[in-house]
Design a protein around this ligand. Structure first.
Ligand code: FE2
Length: 229
């Protein structure tokens, strides 16, 4: 199973590069991507909804909860990327933890005042460990926008916490390109524009390989960790 997953990841990354080569942009884009992904990912607030409830199911597929017969509601997305240090070396064995709201914008947290319904079929947080190429992969759903304060709607986002011995722990948030609430988000807008670019991710229709079910979308969020010196 593990081998199968690694193979399909390679297929995916391979497919992306082939597509770029086809439009003649491969060399310039790859050079740019390489320098970009080696930059450090900006930290952002943990927010008030870091998970406090344990779950029997803590894996990297948040769309199925052990024991439930139905899948989570919402647009299925694949969030993938590479964890690297600031000299571009991929980091194996980084613990990548995510937590997020369900499709309605509600967290499974006792402190969430949102009256939107919880989805019993959604696994509100999960974990993955980066492989020998530094890659991680989550299957989840597009979280809903939710009200944060009067006059402030938080855009869809996924919270991340990444830990790797020898590196500073990173807590941050990932956003979705094209969300109309991004521009009014007080947390995202607190970052300088060049840092915002690193955490606003383009999601596109998944390539037609078996790991990506029809109708799903995929986005790449690379993560740069700061070495403890
Ligand atoms: Fe949040």
């Amino acid at each position: 199973m593990e081998t199968k997953t690694n193979l399909t990841r390679r297929q995916f990354f391979g497919t992306s590069l082939k597509t770029l080569a086809g439009v003649g942009l491969a060399s310039s884009f790859m050079g740019k991507a390489l320098s970009e992904t080696c930059e450090l990912t900006p930290p952002q607030t943990e927010g008030p909804f870091y998970p406090v409830r344990d779950q029997a199911d803590k894996d990297n597929d948040l769309t199925w909860v052990k024991g439930q017969r139905q899948r989570a509601k919402g647009q299925i997305i694949h969030v993938m990327g590479t964890v690297r240090d600031d000299s571009c070396e991929p980091l194996q064995g980084a613990l990548v933890e995510i937590w997020q709201a369900c499709e309605s914008g509600k967290y499974n947290h006792p402190g969430d005042p949102n009256t939107a319904p919880l989805d019993p079929n959604f696994q509100y947080w999960g974990r993955a460990v980066s492989d020998e190429k530094g890659q991680y992969h989550f299957i989840t759903i597009l979280p809903g926008n939710y009200p944060a304060a009067p006059g402030w709607i938080r855009p869809s986002h996924i919270h991340f916490k990444i830990q790797r011995r020898g590196f500073h722990e990173l807590t941050t948030q990932m956003y979705f390109q094209g969300n109309p609430y991004n521009a009014g988000d007080r947390i995202l807008m607190a970052l300088p524009p060049q840092e915002q670019e690193k955490v606003i991710i383009l999601f596109q229709k998944s390539p037609n390989v078996f790991e990506f079910e029809q109708g799903s979308q995929v986005g790449t969020f690379d993560i740069g960790l700061r070495l403890v010196r």
